[in-house]
Design a protein around this ligand. Structure first.
Ligand code: C2E
Ligand code: CA
Ligand code: CA
Ligand code: CA
Length: 277
């Protein structure tokens, strides 16, 4: 069991560099892609495990390359982080999501989750950009959640605390992503004002078959509850995963069982079908 879990994580981590080399992606191409607006947002629904209601979406960036086709963020986000292009990408992802949902019925407006990298949290103009962009579009910061990956966060906390606190002050929500794969100490969780805890999909899918993983999920949900955070189970791929997460008492589910990430144009259709299921 342990070996299987480890193998899964290794596969998850390995070869992003190799794949990039195979595709011959470099930062110049990425600059051009930004210019030519080849980056686009996909959206993946997050739904309540209790009511089944659609609560939010996570924005997942894609690179629609004219020759290579669709390129996964796993291949170009690391490159963008190394070459400092990520802050431009983040801003574009935010702008596009706000534009996309601008005309959505306010009564049915999902919460929007945005992935941040470490560079975004050391970008001193980031909170000004956010406040300007949301105000201009009459968008409430409460509608926006920022997901920060646990492993990225652990490295050096001091410089980002300021921006995190500032975001929180403006009522943006904060989420800790891929929980269980990093090394955040309980102390950090106590000190950082997170609203949501996303349990890494490596623990969620098939947890009912592997009691060690189930134990980790259970403990994570309990921790979230005690710290008054909402728990999100990522990687809910099957009806068994869904039922198991319900049983364990997670708040929200996200994963292929509910929907794969999709272009904005498909969301409305998905929602109709989800409501009638
Ligand atoms: P993440 O934030 O953990 O996002 C969840 C990933 O899991 C997404 O991969 C999603 O498509 C995938 N996923 C969702 N449900 C399932 C499921 O049921 N089973 C499986 N096996 N996978 C599922 P994606 O879109 O390829 O994104 C990969 C990573 O790239 C993200 O992981 C995130 O760390 C990063 N990323 C994506 N968009 C952005 C962005 O705009 N900015 C930054 N900084 N990073 C991003
Ligand atoms: Ca995420
Ligand atoms: Ca995640
Ligand atoms: Ca991840």
């Amino acid at each position: 069991q342990l070996a299987r879990t480890q193998k899964r994580f290794l596969h998850h981590l390995q070869s992003s560099h190799q794949r990039r080399q195979a595709l011959k992606l470099d930062s110049r191409q990425l600059v051009m892609a930004l210019h030519h607006r080849e980056l686009t947002n996909f959206y993946q629904p997050k739904v309540s495990l209790r009511t089944g209601l659609w609560l939010g979406v996570e924005c997942l960036v894609r690179w629609q390359h004219p020759e290579l086709g669709m390129i996964s963020p796993k291949q170009f986000v690391p490159l963008a982080e190394e070459s400092n292009l990520i802050t431009d990408i983040t801003r574009q992802v935010i702008k596009q999501s706000i534009e996309d949902f601008h005309d959505w019925d306010p009564e049915q407006m999902p919460k929007i989750s945005i992935n941040l990298s470490m560079q975004d949290l050391t970008d001193v103009n980031f909170s000004d950009f956010l406040i300007q962009t949301t105000q201009m579009q009459h968008f409430s910061p409460r509608q926006i959640t920022f997901e920060i990956t646990e492993s990225r966060l652990a490295k050096d906390l001091a410089p980002v605390l300021d921006i995190l606190a500032r975001l929180r002050l403006h009522r943006f929500k904060l989420s800790i992503d891929d929980f269980g794969t990093g090394h955040s100490s309980l102390l950090q969780l106590r000190d950082l004002p997170f609203d949501e805890l996303k349990i890494d999909q490596g623990f969620v899918h098939d947890a009912h078959n592997e009691h060690r993983m189930n134990a980790i999920v259970k403990a994570s949900i309990a921790l979230a509850k005690h710290l008054e955070m909402e728990s999100v189970a990522e990687g809910v791929e099957t009806i068994e995963d869904w039922r198991n997460m319900q049983t364990l008492g997670a708040d929200i589910a996200q994963g292929y069982f509910i929907a794969k990430p999709m272009p904005f144009a498909e969301l409305e259709n998905w929602h109709q079908q989800w409501r009638q299921r």
